[in-house]
Write a protein that binds this ligand. Structure first.
Ligand SMILES: NC(=O)c1ccc[n+]([C@@H]2O[C@H](COP(=O)([O-])OP(=O)(O)OC[C@H]3O[C@@H](n4cnc5c(N)ncnc54)[C@H](OP(=O)(O)O)[C@@H]3O)[C@@H](O)[C@H]2O)c1
Length: 286
């Protein structure tokens, strides 16, 4: 049995789908099973990574875990899960981390939270694989309302290029690791897409796919942070996200890594492919 945390989130859901496609047994963790919307064939369990007492039942009979956590609770939640994994005799944990977690010079909160989480997982003694994406293609979904309303993409740090990756390719790497711990335990995978893109270049691709002109408008970091707060992001996390976004101006975010092809045997999807598959999100009335 494979356990997926964050199963209702972007990458966790893609991991659930991939495990099902591979015919592997899946148990999904959510705090709200009644609204999880997970596909048939998934065993859904209610658990909260902040509540250690809720974890043992979820972990019974589990061989491998996909561990997805988010925000300031990452270190605590990763440590809770790792402790419960030891007690349950789990063989392998694949942790969704951050592209910069291995960079000791990266002192802004998100890589630091993930570094502490990775340390907790390693310290547990359970075999582990770290999956460190640089940036998700699906972050472009945040632009959908302004594209629909005013054919405009607004984003800060317009000169920055990130080698964004399709969440389905992150999931493919994670599932390959879960299915073959002998090959992947102990590995640290930086995961990127095939090309580094600026927000302006992503806007041009979206315009091509949608068949209508779109305008890119660079906005100040303060305005982008205010937008996050308006979307309901907690102030501490909003500050952390903006610190991470600023690093898009540094050159390492644009480095393309061969991981997806090396691990899965197939090329990572392009942003154009992602945009085509998610076209409806930018056109349908929501
Ligand atoms: N976005 C990027 O470009 C990027 C790049 C690199 C790394 N990352 C990392 O990716 C992670 C986020 O992944 P994502 O975007 O796939 O997640 P997400 O869509 O934000 O989903 C969050 C998930 O966490 C679950 N969750 C939250 N609190 C929980 C708790 N107390 N107990 C159990 N489950 C809980 C939620 O499940 P329920 O609500 O169903 O309980 C939900 O499924 C973060 O660690 C981020 O640092 C993101």
């Amino acid at each position: 049995m494979f356990l997926v945390t964050g199963a209702t989130g972007t990458v966790g859901r893609a991991v659930v789908d991939r495990l099902l496609d591979e015919g592997l047994p899946v148990r999904a963790v959510t705090r709200r099973p009644e609204s999880a919307g997970l596909p048939a064939g998934v065993e859904v369990v209610r658990a909260d990574l902040g509540d250690a007492d809720s974890l043992p039942t979820a972990l019974t009979g589990v061989r491998g875990i996909f561990l997805s956590t988010a925000g300031p609770e990452i270190p605590t939640h990763d440590a809770n899960l790792a402790r419960a994994a030891v007690a349950a005799g789990v063989e392998h944990i694949v942790k969704l981390s951050s592209g910069r977690a291995g960079d000791a010079a990266a002192t802004d909160p998100i890589p630091a939270w993930h570094r502490a989480g990775e340390d907790a997982v390693r310290a547990s003694g359970v075999a582990s694989t770290m999956v460190r994406p640089m940036g998700f293609m699906s972050n472009a979904l945040h632009w959908a309302p302004s594209i629909r309303e005013s054919a405009t993409v607004r984003a800060p740090f317009g000169q920055g290029r990130i080698a964004v990756v399709d969440p389905r390719d992150i999931a493919a790497v994670a599932v390959a690791a879960l299915a073959d711990p002998a090959r992947h335990a102990g590995q640290v995978y930086t995961v990127t897409g095939p090309q580094a893109l600026s927000p302006g270049e992503q806007t041009a691709t979206l315009a091509e796919i949608l068949g209508r002109p779109l305008r890119f408008e660079e906005i100040a970091a303060d305005r982008a942070r205010a937008d996050l707060l308006r979307f309901g992001v907690e102030p501490e996390l909003a500050t952390a996200i903006m610190a991470l976004r600023a690093t898009a101006l540094e050159s390492f975010t644009s480095v393309v890594h061969p991981t997806v092809a090396d691990v899965t045997g197939r090329s990572p999807r392009t942003f154009q492919e992602w945009a085509l598959d998610n076209r409806a999100e930018f056109t349908a009335a929501q």
